[in-house]
Design a protein around this ligand. Structure first.
Ligand code: 5AD
Ligand code: SF4
Length: 418
């Protein structure tokens, strides 16, 4: 979602006639797009912000904009923390960037924006084959650890005709894959619901693959599972954040499901769509998490056998309920638990990848491999990275390959000549 916000920021600037540069020393305007989901992301931003201070000292005409969730969270405070900042731009107000860039004054745009879903912002897309498409903004879930409902505001769905016209356009431009974006795509509601939207998007010419993130396990419906089964372009992949295997912790997190509920959904989806790839998010060291809770998470990983996970140490976010909860866990405990989680999962991922040897997969080619110039790289419908030892496959083509080897982070494939 943040990457796509950056594409929108670039799109706005391009429309106003600005040119992009990689080097902050050459820039008249420097825009940071920030994330505050965990403290680490915040720290990274503050050290980058410190670095550009000298650009402004050397060239006082340089303007600095801070966009995204840190901007929203800090508001005017950011001027106090960093006097070289000119614009504070929350994620619901990206549209004001263009006019500000022409004026260049000192300004704050952090208001709640009920019209966000009706304001289409032109994106300058970073890829020519895969495109992000926002279908809804904000989140109403208020998981107790999460800053997103505070920074991105309430759930607001884009009207389906706007999404359809954006995707029709993408198909015309030669895009092959779209990923629909929303904090909780299952609560997409306009004139149609999310499965209905998928049905319409599946008919759009040129687009061959449809993915979406993120699904909330509580709201994952049978209708969605059925739509995924029936619609040929919807890929066999789902990201379904579990967060913890302990019911006590899930309750403290306000997730709205038990581990048993989650497991039942996984079983239902695997039964209907065999071979589907399921990935998840896990938080290690939530306040009051005991060894016993942590063991339940490890057991869940072992039982479910996710294709991959994203795991994070709990990071207290100012203003959230969890930040005030008692029994915060020491860093060392969080680190140890995170390592254990990642180690167990690494083994599972590698085992799953190895088991794919000999299978035939459709791979959408993304370009030359970063590590081997004799190879191209792409992804299966299940979103696994495949390196192919034939560098002649063009970007954007779908190659049919036989998997010759499965590794921890990727697969190797040999083209199958049909
Ligand atoms: N601390 C650690 N991880 C968090 N996430 C969200 N908020 C926090 C936090 N305060 C994780 C969740 C979510 C993912 C996007 O980031 O696992 O699913
Ligand atoms: Fe945050 Fe996702 Fe929970 Fe919304 S559903 S509050 S974005 S973790």
């Amino acid at each position: 979602m943040n990457v796509h916000d950056s594409e929108k920021l670039c799109g706005i600037m391009e429309r106003k006639g600005f040119l992009e540069t990689d080097n902050p020393r050459n820039a008249d305007i420097i825009i940071f797009n920030t994330c505050s989901i965990r403290q680490k992301a915040e720290q990274k931003f503050y050290s980058e912000l410190g670095r550009v201070k000298s650009c402004k000292r050397r060239h006082p005409h340089v303007k600095i904009a801070v966009a995204g969730c840190i901007a929203q969270q800090e508001g005017k405070n950011l001027f106090r923390k960093a006097s070289h900042v000119d614009l504070i731009l929350g994620p619901q107000n990206l549209h004001v960037l263009g006019d500000w860039a022409e004026r260049g004054d000192i300004s704050v745009a952090t208001r709640d924006n009920p019209f966000i879903a009706l304001q289409d912002i032109p994106a300058k897309r970073f890829d020519t084959v895969k495109a992000w498409v926002t279908i809804m903004y904000g989140c109403n879930n208020f998981c107790t650890y999460c800053i997103v409902p505070y920074t991105r505001g309430r759930e607001r769905s884009r009207p389906s005709e706007r999404i359809l016209s954006e995707v029709l356009n993408l198909g015309d431009q030669g895009y092959k894959e779209i990923t629909l974006l929303g904090q909780n795509v299952n609560s997409y509601r306009s004139d149609i619901d999310f499965p209905g939207l998928l049905g319409k998007l599946d008919m759009i010419p040129g687009i061959e693959r449809i993915r979406f993130i993120t699904s909330h396990p509580r709201d994952l419906s049978d209708e969605l599972i059925e739509a995924m089964y029936e619609l040929p372009k919807v890929c066999e992949q789902i990201h379904l954040p579990l967060q913890s295997g302990s019911d006590r912790i899930l309750k403290l997190m306000n997730r709205g499901y038990t581990y048993k509920d989650y497991l039942a959904k996984v079983e239902r989806i695997r039964k209907r769509i065999p071979g589907i790839s399921i990935t998840t998010d896990i938080i290690a060291g939530f306040p009051s998490e005991k060894d016993e809770d942590h063991s339940r998470t490890l057991k869940a990983l072992d039982q479910i056998k996710f294709d991959g996970i994203f795991a994070f140490k709990f990071s207290p976010r100012p203003g959230t309920k969890a930040a005030l909860m008692p029994e915060s866990q020491p860093e060392i405990v969080k680190s140890e638990r995170l390592t254990e989680i990642l180690d167990i999962q690494d083994e599972i991922t590698e085992r799953i990848n190895r088991s794919l040897k000999g299978t035939v997969q459709e791979v959408l080619i993304e370009g030359p491999s970063k590590t081997d110039i004799g190879k191209v790289t792409g992804r299966t419908r299940t979103n696994k990275i495949v390196n192919i030892s034939d560098p002649t496959f063009p970007h954007g083509e779908i190659a049919v390959v036989e998997i010759s080897c499965g590794r921890k982070h990727s697969l190797e494939g040999i083209p199958v000549r049909i």
